[in-house]
Ligand binder design. Structure first.
Ligand code: BES
Ligand code: ZN
Length: 405
């Protein structure tokens, strides 16, 4: 998947991006990153050509290296990764050197209490939720979110979009639902908060089912970042499930948390803090579903692929069974080759995460991270994303169980 763009050429197109996005960076802290060793030489070149000091190498182990960088250098690095490696390489940021080095260990085994049995025995609730999702609503959310010129994690648009979503989710919750909360999860290091809606479980409130997608967007060339597919679509797909869950008085047995994560595009940073928070508070998250890019039908033969890396194979089997039994759309498998979205943050903390994705890798939306990531690139409809609302409805109703009207 490596692209053959010469380094000299990609540096031309990245310098502008850096200038734009760097304006928005409020402070310039030191951070540590882990990245694939094959990306080290291009990174050094890129830093050199920006007139920056060499990034400081901390450790190289197997195929991964740890470096100390400045926060303001992240967006140039993100651009480089995308252009040089055609997205098939990422980096992950860490607050401390210890944390960066520790992340090189394999993900811990699942805690025994996290194990659940996957059963398909709640069809009435699945059909109540699945049967009420509407394309117009999914489209409306994509249109609104992609209407912000950018939702970049340090930008005003990024903050405004979070507050808009907070208000939208609140508007779905009847006053009588004292079991439901909608709140911001603030992040100390940047402006954009994450947004979380929680429905407390009736009989198993300490077992938590998470559904998430990322709220932020990025343009690797520094212009507008509508992020209609990446990832207004994923947020819109599950926002419609929230609407239906409230309108049909859904009462899950397990607690369900819907999350719109900040700062995914700059190293999964929002979800990383949230997953770490759940781990350090010993919260028993029994399953995580990530929706990132749901509205581009890039394949005529499959409508969804299950990503097989940085994900839980038992839960992936459950997800495939839900799709076959309830959603009845053709499916396949793909892998990213790296922790390509927020599911990896949960995976890295030892939780069971899965990500159903819009198309086989390589046939996915080619316009992401550009000003052309608009709804019009998906034919102006949310038909494809609606399938993911149905997948989410089935996942929630069969993992959190419970009733709806
Ligand atoms: N939605 C993308 C991930 C993606 C893109 C998955 C194309 C499959 C196909 C996500 O928003 C993203 O851009 N992730 C980063 C990784 C992250 C660690 C910065 C990426 O892919 O470079
Ligand atoms: Zn992205």
């Amino acid at each position: 998947m490596k692209s053959l763009i010469p380094v000299s050429l990609l540096l031309l197109s990245t310098s502008q991006a850096f200038a734009e996005q760097n304006k928005a960076a409020p402070k310039d802290r030191e951070l540590w990153i882990t990245l694939g060793t094959e990306a080290v030489a291009p990174m050094r070149e890129s830093f050199k050509s920006a007139g920056w000091e060499e990034p400081t190498a901390v450790l190289a182990k197997d195929q991964v290296s740890v470096f100390r960088v400045k926060e303001s250098q992240l967006s140039r690095l993100a651009t480089l990764m995308h252009e040089r490696f055609n997205r098939c390489a990422g980096f992950i940021t860490h607050e401390t050197q210890d944390e960066a080095v520790a992340s090189l260990q394999p993900a811990p085994a699942l805690a025994p209490q996290s194990l659940v049995t996957y059963t398909l025995d709640n069809a009435t609730t699945v059909n109540a939720l699945m049967g009420s999702v509407l394309e117009t609503n999914v489209r409306g959310t994509i249109t609104s979110l992609s209407g912000y010129s950018t939702r970049y994690y340090t930008s005003q648009g990024g903050v405004d979009a979070a507050n808009w979503l907070l208000a939208k989710w609140k508007s779905y919750v009847p006053a009588s639902r004292t079991d439901v909360t909608v709140e911001l999860f603030r992040h100390a290091s940047w402006a954009q908060p994450s947004v979380i809606l929680t429905i407390r479980g009736t009989t198993l409130p300490n077992e938590v089912v998470v559904v998430g997608g990322h709220l932020d967007s990025i343009n690797s060339s520094g212009g507008n970042a509508p992020g209609a597919d990446d990832d207004a679509s994923g947020v819109a797909s599950f926002t419609e499930v929230i609407r239906v869950a409230m309108s049909r008085n859904y009462r899950p047995q397990r607690t369900v948390k819907f999350m719109a994560y900040a700062a995914e595009e700059v190293g999964l940073r929002g979800s990383k803090e949230i997953a770490a928070y759940h781990k350090s508070n010993a919260i028993n998250v029994v399953g995580v579903l990530q929706l990132d890019m749901t509205n581009y039908k890039g394949s005529s033969s499959v409508d969804v692929v299950v990503i097989t890396d940085y994900s839980n194979s038992a839960q992936n089997t459950f997800l495939r069974n839900l799709i076959t039994t309830y959603v009845k759309i053709p499916q396949g498998n793909s892998s990213c080759g790296y922790g390509c979205s927020d599911h990896a943050s949960w995976y890295n903390q030892g939780y069971a995460a899965s990500i159903p994705f819009e198309a086989p890798l390589g046939s996915d939306n080619p316009y992401i991270h550009t000003a052309s990531d608009t709804l019009s690139r998906s034919g102006g409809t949310a038909t494809h994303a609606l399938k993911y609302s149905k997948i989410t409805a089935a996942y929630v109703a069969e993992l959190a169980k419970g009733t709806a009207q």
